[in-house]
Design a protein around this ligand. Structure first.
Ligand SMILES: *Cc1c(COP(=O)(O)O)cnc(C)c1O
Length: 391
């Protein structure tokens, strides 16, 4: 289906709500029944209709149908945030004694799930450099039942060869889940590449205005039903109607925002690339990127996030740079209207036995990640320029 049709028309039965262009926020917890037989049917298959808003809700359903179509998937579930979507997708597909193979340095809360929560239930995991298919093969054990991907990663943008990993998993009956937040379905459709479940945080680009959280998990209808009937209803982490409405609103402008951000990011990246105070930049669509060819092959585009390394050995210089920015704000997250930076050194723990404080010889410690929002590129470049001469 055409992307414009998905965004503007799909699942919007306007004649049911006074031909209003914008759908109503169906702010209701439950739905009434006239016949016991109908209530019985709803109990038997809660995903088949409306019973109670911890399950399905009409406003959420409009969003759900649009997001599934964008992903090229049969179905999807929309959660209250991205972390919940990942948690449910993994939890519904593992059992005690299972082993997970995951890309190195997945999203913080996924790592926490693998390191802290799952071991309590007898599930172990191995982190690998996911850039090479051999590493997936070698890390797979007889009890491996799950592969976790994140391509690109949101700091160094490491990619996995998605089609190859999906094919390997299929040959071994291993379930796959990918965090597709960096690309959104506009730039990458992992389900069409053979991955079982594609997750994205709707908090970022789909919402687009830094005013709501949301998480998307898409895949086959059978997989979504399995998750809906267990984790989705049990954890109760489904999105609320008002937040779903904000995401429908965000979706209307998604392609326009992504197009603008793509253009501005290219300008900001090339400015930083040539700047004498920048040692290097990391951006999947830059020729210097180690997996540039693969990026071009499996991604339609890249935008918004890139990382740069400042030419300094002092943490104070990085701090000075970040604190000197006058318009670009410092915060976690990304995908909104506002441009942001976040320095890796803010997350260093002085008592971490591996990274004992800041170590300039470790390039990663000097990473500054930037998100390019909707401002004029020239406005952002001028801000970067004045902050770069401050150290
Ligand atoms: C933000 C983020 C998440 C989690 O999404 P929330 O909506 O904040 O729970 C997962 N993966 C990546 C790459 C993210 O940036």
């Amino acid at each position: 289906m055409d992307i414009s049709q998905i965004i503007n028309e799909l699942a919007e039965d306007r004649e049911n709500y006074f031909n209003a262009v914008a759908p109503p926020i169906m702010q209701t917890s439950n739905f009434v029944f006239k016949k016991v037989a109908d209530l019985h049917k709803a109990f038997e298959d809660e995903m088949g209709g409306y019973l109670y808003s911890r399950g399905l809700n009409p406003t959420v359903d409009i969003l759900r149908k649009k997001l599934a179509a964008l992903d090229g998937a049969e179905d999807c579930l929309v959660f209250n945030n991205g972390a919940a979507a990942i948690f449910a997708g993994i939890f519904a597909n593992i059992k005690s004694g299972d082993h997970i193979v995951s890309v190195a340095k997945p999203y913080t809360w996924v790592q926490r799930m693998f390191d802290v929560i799952l071991p309590r239930f007898g599930v172990t995991s191995t982190y690998i450099d996911g850039t090479k298919i051999e590493n997936w093969k070698n890390a797979t054990q007889p009890n491996t039942t799950f592969y976790y991907l994140e391509s690109p990663n949101s700091w160094d943008f490491a990619l996995q060869p998605i089609k190859e990993v999906a094919a390997l998993a299929k040959s071994k009956r291993i379930t796959t889940l990918i965090d597709n937040s960096y690309c959104t379905p506009l730039y990458q459709k992992p389900v069409e590449m053979g991955i079982d479940m594609a997750m994205q945080t709707a908090t970022k680009y789909i919402g687009g205005h830094s005013d709501t959280l949301g998480g998307v998990l898409s895949g086959s209808h059978a997989m979504m039903k399995k998750i809906f009937d267990s984790e989705y209803l049990n954890i109760g982490s489904g999105i609320q109607p008002f937040n779903a409405w904000l995401l429908i609103r965000g979706l209307r402008t998604l392609p326009a925002r992504i197009e603008r951000i793509t253009n501005s990011t290219a300008k900001v990246v090339s400015f930083m690339k040539q700047h004498p105070k920048a040692e290097s930049i990391i951006f999947p669509f830059d020729e210097s990127f180690p997996q540039y060819e693969l990026a071009k092959q499996q991604m339609k585009g890249a935008c918004g996030l890139f990382t740069f390394v400042l030419k300094t050995s002092k943490m104070e210089s990085i701090i000075k740079f970040c604190e000197s920015l006058q318009h670009i704000m410092m915060a976690v997250s990304w995908g909104g209207h506002e441009s942001l930076v976040i320095p890796k050194c803010a997350g260093l723990k002085p008592d971490d036995p591996i990274a004992i404080g800041f170590d300039a010889s470790n390039k990663e410690h000097r990473y500054v990640r930037m998100y390019v929002g909707l401002e004029e590129a020239e406005y952002l470049i001028a801000d970067l320029e004045q902050a770069l001469i401050k150290f």
